[in-house]
Write a protein of this length. Sequence first.
Lengths: 116, 110
Amino acid sequence: DVKVTQSSRYLVKRTGEKVFLECVQDMDHENMFWYRQDPGLGLRLIYFSYDVKMKEKGDIPEGYSVSREKKERFSLILESASTNQTSMYLCASEGDGGKRGANVLTFGAGSRLTVL
Amino acid sequence: QKEVEQNSGPLSVPEGAIASLNCTYSDRGSQSFFWYRQYSGKSPELIMSIYSNGDKEDGRFTAQLNKASQYVSLLIRDSQPSDSATYLCAVDTGRRALTFGSGTRLQVQP
């Protein structure tokens, strides 16, 4: 099974701090994604990457940047954290799901970030 | 208008009943449709995908797609308390990333 590991399960940061959220997948997938999940708003796409050093903006990229230096690792960076970035952050990797179909997302356990 | 819309619920059904979850989408060019299940405190996991009009069955789950009406649904037969979760509809609009609805919370009453 694909494993997607997010480095931090819970983080508490102060306004203005730089925050790194790390995500690693072990199945050599090309496509990786960062979503944030907020009550009533569902999952919203922040950034995605379809290859090393490639990135594309999602629906809510403001205040975030990403880095993909190696295929297995996709990092989300909050340059200067703000309270409205308090959220659950979910990383996902995309690959062939076999009989479940192509382009299946496997999510990490999530990183719950609180910005004070 | 949201790209993918779902009723937030909660949808409450008795054990053994059929649960019907609905989703509409705005991009007529969308080609691929997915249902993810998310238990409280856990990450979403894929339960069904559907790509062409009609029904697709997998065990107790049936996904239904009507592209003309821009409508996709998920039926859960013989609902069990373990099916209680939030169900997320996701659509591939062709931009290489899925767009998710906000989810419908299902409660199956024993």
